[in-house]
Design a protein around this ligand. Sequence first.
Ligand code: FMN
Length: 184
Amino acid sequence: MTILGISGSLRRGSHNSELLRAAADLLPPGVELDWFDGLKAIPPYDVDDDVEPAPRAVGELREAIASADAVLFATPEYNASIPGVLKNALDWASRPFPENTLRGKPVAVIGASTGMFGGVWAQAELRKVLGAIGARVLDRDLAVAAAHAAFHEDGRLHDDQHHTTLENIVSELVKEAERDLVPA
Ligand SMILES: Cc1cc2nc3c(=O)[nH]c(=O)nc-3n(C[C@H](O)[C@H](O)[C@H](O)COP(=O)(O)O)c2cc1C
């Protein structure tokens, strides 16, 4: 089974990418985290450009989502919302609507911020957007505040409660994806 990890931050040294790596360490045997690192190459959404074949970076995003069993997003909060690059990528991923690659896909949202609230608004907004697109959004959150001081050197979260929450979210996401693998 493959879970696609998407960090909403482009920056080297991103705390959200760090959080995704911490999640990858908690995956059960037989489950892999595939990393999507093509966000920066995705052009601004333009209906006129949304034709077949799609722009290459968009095709890669859609293909990465389609071939994953679930998607785990880690998002920063920018001005109380989702980073523009991530929203832009999701606008592309939402098309064609409603038969897009996210429809019915199990997804979960986590996030880290250097602020006091861990980016809760961005995460709530991201869950709303993913729900509107048609994904099966886990009703769980993990908001890691003061992210610059939240990780041990080995990448593990300092806070045991955060660690347990992350473990639970990963395990619920895997269970949700497993439901799709069981023949009806
Ligand atoms: C343009 C911009 C806007 C930001 N707005 C918020 C915000 O509204 N709330 C918040 O908690 N942090 C905000 N931050 C701080 C980010 O959460 C912090 O830089 C975080 O580390 C970014 O995630 P990253 O480490 O994965 O790159 C903002 C940062 C930038 C660059």
